[in-house]
Design a protein around this ligand. Structure first.
Ligand code: NAP
Ligand code: HSE
Length: 436
């Protein structure tokens, strides 16, 4: 059978990794796909830059639309990132009858509804396994492996950069800025690393997972987002003493009142498997009503793990090239006309336990005042601990772990405590999830 011609837009970390895997494992991949797969053309921004893959047999261009519209190309791999140009490239490829494989979670989370509609109309596929959790085939798991289940919820470490930074700070005592630079050097971080540390990248991924898990349209704006920039080493030490690790989690739960969708740092008990996922690794815990808990673990970023997911999608696409479009696995797992709107709960309506770190003066009556404010709002205290003695200004850290309480009540109490004369800095507040 004639080989499948592939055009690649972007030969950076993921694009070069993909070309490398396709050439290194070509015989095995062809045996799986049923025919040879050849990368014939690729677009980059700068033709003079050297590449981490062999481009001898690839015709290079600086025009991504030349690849997207090339009549010789059957499948386009969109591995350039970003939203606007990437959207136009994918739309152009679909207009020209090409299937698309992408690793771009920002694109799928924010423009996926339109692109999937365009693709379905044209009988084409947009595959996006690499967009969530790097090399872990979690999209396939949710969309196909767990198709018999009602999914009640999932929680995951979805950003390799954040997990790498938090792990290195805790394990090596290294500085936040140095670890972010290292994540960039290793190719884990997004082009704008604020997407990683600000929680946006994890929210893009959670948007996609929630949609596939619950059968809703993609709705990025329904996710509550917090990043890791405000975390301090002392919080990592104090929570460790209390028996927890701080992880940046994406959480999606189906509640009776709506969907609970959030991304934020979280205390996780040390004996939970998710607490022990370190470095660039990702893990996703999924609860289905029939299967119970399943946990999926692997590298969440980097050239080769992400290429593994891109190539798996490509093999799937090649296998279905001749299949009846109506019989393909739907993009978002549920048939397009069965998708519901995603109604999410405001963050103020969720219930959660909290870790609070106060900076207060070490004086008589201070703790009584703090506990009074929490008690008045029915926020019950599980642990309270003063850390050492006051500094030169008489200010001391006080750590509190609460029982589960209404988010709004905790937020009100925090605001009131911060207004006390004895309070000298904003309170650090981190949610706690037992994950049981
Ligand atoms: P990257 O290293 O910055 O590579 C981007 C590539 O796209 C570069 O080769 C760049 O060309 C090319 N490019 C950008 N704009 C272009 C334009 N207008 N025209 C032509 N070429 C253009 O990024 P990456 O880390 O590989 O990420 C690519 C995508 O994969 C993103 O959507 C990202 O979110 C996703 N992803 C990344 C990872 C990871 O671990 N890095 C994991 C999963 C998913 P030049 O090289 O000439 O600048
Ligand atoms: N920047 C992303 C991360 C790449 O660190 O997880 C993988 O999606």
């Amino acid at each position: 059978m004639k080989p499948v011609n592939v055009g690649v837009v972007g030969l950076g970390t993921v694009g070069a990794g993909t070309v490398d895997v396709l050439s290194r494992n070509a015989p095995e991949i062809a045996r799986r796909a049923g025919r040879d797969i050849t990368v014939t053309r690729a677009a980059v921004r700068d033709l003079r830059r050297s590449r981490d893959c062999n481009t001898a047999a690839i015709s290079l261009t600086e025009d991504p639309f030349a690849v997207a519209s090339d009549p010789q190309i059957d499948v386009v791999l969109e591995l350039m990132g970003g939203e606007e140009v990437a959207y136009e490239v994918v739309a152009t490829a679909l207009q020209h009858g090409k299937h698309v494989v992408t690793a771009n979670k920002a694109l799928i989370a924010t423009r996926g509804n339109e692109l999937f509609a365009q693709a379905s109309e044209a009988g084409l596929v947009i595959a996006f396994e690499a967009a969530v959790a790097g090399g872990i085939p979690v999209i396939k798991v949710l969309r196909e492996g767990l198709a018999g289940n009602r999914i009640n919820g999932l929680a995951g470490i979805l950003n390799g950069t954040c997990n790498f930074i938090l792990s290195e700070i805790r394990e090596q005592g290294l500085e936040y800025d140095a670890m972010l630079s290292e994540a960039q050097r290793l190719g884990y971080a997004e082009a704008d690393p604020y997407f990683d540390v600000g929680g946006i990248d994890a929210a893009h991924k959670l948007t996609i997972l929630a949609s596939i898990a619950f059968g809703t349209h993609l709705n990025f704006n329904s996710v509550h987002i917090e990043g890791i920039e405000h975390l301090r080493q002392q919080d990592i030490i104090y929570t460790d003493e209390l028996g927890y690790r701080i992880k940046h989690l994406g959480i999606a739960r189906k509640e009776e009142r709506g969907l609970d969708l959030r991304v934020h740092p979280c205390l996780v008990p040390k004996d939970q498997l998710l607490a022990n996922v370190s470095g660039v690794m990702n893990a996703v815990l999924i609860h289905g009503d029939a299967v119970g808990d399943t946990l999926h673990y692997g590298a969440g970023a980097g050239a080769q793990p992400t290429a593994s997911a891109v190539v798996a999608d490509l093999v799937d696409v090649v296998r279905t090239l001749t299949a009846d479009p109506g019989n393909r696995v739907p993009h978002l797992a549920f048939q397009p006309d069965e998708l519901a709107e995603a109604h999410s709960l405001p963050i103020t309506e969720i219930e959660c336990a909290h870790y609070l770190r106060l900076s207060v003066r070490d004086e008589p009556g201070v703790l009584a005042e703090v506990t009074r404010i929490l008690g008045q709002r029915r926020v019950s205290i599980r642990v309270i601990s003063q850390k050492g003695f006051g500094d030169e200004d008489g200010v001391v850290p006080v750590v509190i772990v609460t029982h589960r309480a209404r988010e709004a009540a905790v937020a009100e109490a925090v605001t009131e405590i911060e207004k006390l004369d004895v309070s000298s800095a904003p309170i650090v507040r981190i949610r706690l999830e037992a994950l049981d």
